[in-house]
Design a protein around this ligand. Structure first.
Ligand code: C2O
Ligand code: CU
Length: 483
């Protein structure tokens, strides 16, 4: 069991707390290994249940304020820790941490001015806890809903609304859920970063303007954020090996991360630790995806570096932009030599297919706005949600989905409630293996994945560019129980 964690005793600067106006001591953990520290740590939620294998929390969604820029506060919607008196909305929401196999109970209260739900992205929850329109009624203003599920997989997950997600997630409703477990990896720090961007006006407020480019390509902001901060920094030691977990919570922006002079060792994807880590100069993270990397930091003391996101061509007509800093890395001091890495990592996805495996063919399409103020539509097999016929299948069966991107832009394709294994892209097998629940499908490729269907119920699949999902690129997989 890996014990490095992000629970911390450092107090966050008031800036990051927005309207919270309350300093929080999150240092209740049993810290037996080096802790990540610094102003960018996520704030852990309070576990109100003393049982070691139950994480029980009170989560609220409410309106609040945060300061993305020095120019002024932005009105936000965010999650808060309902167990803390007076706790308000923070962006990102509080960090929920559990251990593999735990039961998670979330008492959710909606204090937003509109209905919402909470979806546990990537977690193989029971269908009733999936937080979509297919599994529950929307939680009205002032209403409550209890989510209860177990967390069978170690990895980096996240939570967010599944109602008007393009608006609600953009306003700040998203948080990370880390399930600890898997091989012990000796690191000087295990840090978690929620990547996002926001479109701010000159006064530092969230822009209310949604233009046709936002709808067509997915809204990209003008300010990138790491853990809700535009100017975030961490302090590291020369020679240290750190583990960094990333989720891309942005509506439309792809992060293509690079740390000049360094390489990443990619150790994990959506579904947890990979069977074989690999080394990479850049890590492309499309909306909804998670990546975990190790980085061996090497710079003299007093040096500083930026973790950057570099240009990635994901849509027809996207113009070149220079690299943008996501996070500043300050070097101070010298670390002891890192311990040795595990010899056994994760398990390879065990889903086998042959020529008799049933294939589901999906074509992603788009319909540009036809004038007269009409919005563009995004299509699956020629139809828009909710008119896409559901895929009807049986829990436990193995099938292949062949998804053809017939549009002029990439789409990050997400399936709820289960993981899949990518088989090939235009017939070419990928160079790395691991479980995914969200995968970028470049235009004009056809990507095939194999999936062993999970629990019975109604599971959504959709593009995770949130404007695309809300404009129709979304549908259901309906699984009947195995006879
Ligand atoms: Cu991140 Cu339908 O989900
Ligand atoms: Cu899309």
């Amino acid at each position: 069991m890996e014990r490095t964690n992000n629970r911390h005793r450092n107090l966050l600067p008031a800036l990051a707390l927005g309207s919270l106006g309350l300093l929080v001591d999150g240092g209740c953990g049993d810290n037996t290994a080096a802790m990540a520290s610094g102003p960018l740590d996520l704030i852990p939620i309070t576990d109100i249940n003393p049982a070691p294998d139950v994480v029980e929390v009170k989560l609220v969604a409410t309106v609040g304020q945060t300061k993305y820029l020095d120019t002024g506060p932005a009105a936000i919607w965010g999650y808060g820790d309902g167990a803390k008196a007076g706790a308000g909305a923070i962006v990102p929401g509080p960090l929920i941490e559990a251990r593999q196999g735990d039961t998670v109970i979330v008492h959710f209260t909606n204090h937003l001015p509109e209905p919402t739900t909470v979806h546990w992205h990537g977690v193989r929850v029971s269908n009733a806890a999936d937080g979509t329109h297919a599994t529950q009624h929307q939680v009205p203003t002032g209403g409550t809903f209890d989510y209860q599920f177990s967390v069978p997989d170690a990895g980096t997950f996240w939570y967010h609304p599944h109602v008007r997600s393009d608006v609600q997630i953009e306003r700040g409703l998203h948080g990370m859920l880390i399930v600890r477990g898997g091989p012990a990896i000796p690191v000087a720090a295990d840090r978690a970063f929620v990547l996002d961007d926001v479109k701010l006006d000159g006064a530092g407020r969230l822009s209310e303007v949604t233009d046709s480019t936002d709808l067509m390509l997915g809204r990209q902001g003008n300010v990138t954020l790491a853990n809700g901060r535009a100017d975030g920094s961490i302090t590291v030691k020369n020679g240290a090996r750190e583990r960094w977990r990333f989720v891309n919570a942005a509506n439309g922006r792809y992060f293509s991360l690079r740390l000049p002079g360094h390489r990443f060792t990619v150790i994990g994807w959506d579904g947890g630790i990979l069977p074989e880590p690999y080394s990479a100069d850049t890590v492309l993270i499309s909306p909804g995806e998670r990546y975990e990397v190790l980085v061996d930091l090497a710079r003299p003391p007093q040096d500083a570096l930026a973790l950057e996101t570099i240009y990635y061509f994901r849509a027809h007509g996207m113009t070149f932009v220079e690299p943008e800093a996501v996070l500043r890395i300050d070097f101070a001091g010298q670390a002891a030599a890192p311990g040795s890495l595990p010899t056994v990592w994760g398990e390879a996805p065990d889903v086998a297919v042959d020529q008799n495996t049933r294939v589901r063919n999906l074509i992603l399409g788009e319909q540009t706005a036809t004038g007269g103020g009409a919005d563009p539509r995004f299509l699956i097999n020629g139809a828009s949600f909710p008119n896409v016929p559901p895929i009807a299948a049986t829990s436990g069966d193995v099938e292949i989905w062949s998804v053809k991107n017939d549009t002029e832009m990439d789409h990050p394709f997400h399936l709820h409630g289960m993981f899949f294994k990518v088989l090939d892209v235009d017939g070419v097998a990928p160079s790395h293996d691991g479980w995914k629940d969200t995968v970028n499908i470049k235009h004009p490729n056809t990507l095939r994945f194999a999936v062993r269907y999970g629990a019975a119920g109604r599971w959504m699949y959709h593009c995770h560019i949130l404007e695309h999902a809300e404009l129709g690129m979304m549908a259901e997989l309906v699984l009947a129980p195995k006879q």
